[in-house]
Design a protein around this ligand. Sequence first.
Ligand code: ADP
Ligand code: MG
Length: 263
Amino acid sequence: MNTTPALRLDDVSQQFGALKAVDQVSFSVVPGARHAVIGPNGAGKSTLFALIAGLRRASGGRVVAFGEDVTALPEHRRVARGVVRTFQHSALFLTHTTRENVLFAVQREAGVSWSMLRPLRSRYALRDRAEELLAEVHLNGREEVLAGSLSHGERRQLEVAVALACRPRLLLLDEPVAGMSAAETARFKALIDALPKETTVMLIEHDLDLVFDLAETVTVLHLGRHLITGTPEEVRSSEQVQSAYLGAADTSDLFTDTTGGSQ
Ligand code: ADP
Ligand code: MG
């Protein structure tokens, strides 16, 4: 069995002036895991993802992906190793169709890794690959719609297809269901469930119902620090976590069931 973690963080830190946005965070992510990162606003979750994806270089510590130290690598070189985030505030081409958006992404990826294929064969292969990805994110039937005319939830699905075109081994999703309706959220969850088991998925999420439903491992950050990494049960019953959340005014009800048929 392959026991090399998909990701290992060793004392990873990010300082913004006097602020320790990420403060000596260490934990590992098992290959194939659905691993959630939670914590009150400002906990350092998005900054941590930036350090993993290579948008920022950590000011301290090491980021090790699939056994390789990638701390000093820029984003595109981490993407080439399978570390891919969805691009927030949309890198989508809104005046192009859903299919074209995926095709552009597939072509971009092909430029890097498929250059050995003969041109004609590769053109068909690229188109097939785009169709496959559209089906994977449940956008079949929407191929001809302009990205700008998709619903909010469908755009998020398309963003995942664009990320999947990079053949991620570790996929990072930062609040993927924010702003989605209950129906869109359910559809998005099904999409994550259906991703290949070997794809490791890390997601930052505020919807704890979704987190505890989807993730087998949960990391809690608080004020830049790592509080706990454990199973949903371990996290729920952690007193440290309870008090961190209870101390944060805007999230005091995070561990109570507040669904009660709303939304
Ligand atoms: P989260 O995603 O958990 O809400 P962030 O990682 O966005 O938290 O932010 C963590 C802390 O770092 C916050 O206090 C935020 O204000 C600060 N921060 C984030 N990005 C920057 C930046 N580019 N410059 C200065 N401070 C930042
Ligand atoms: Mg954030």
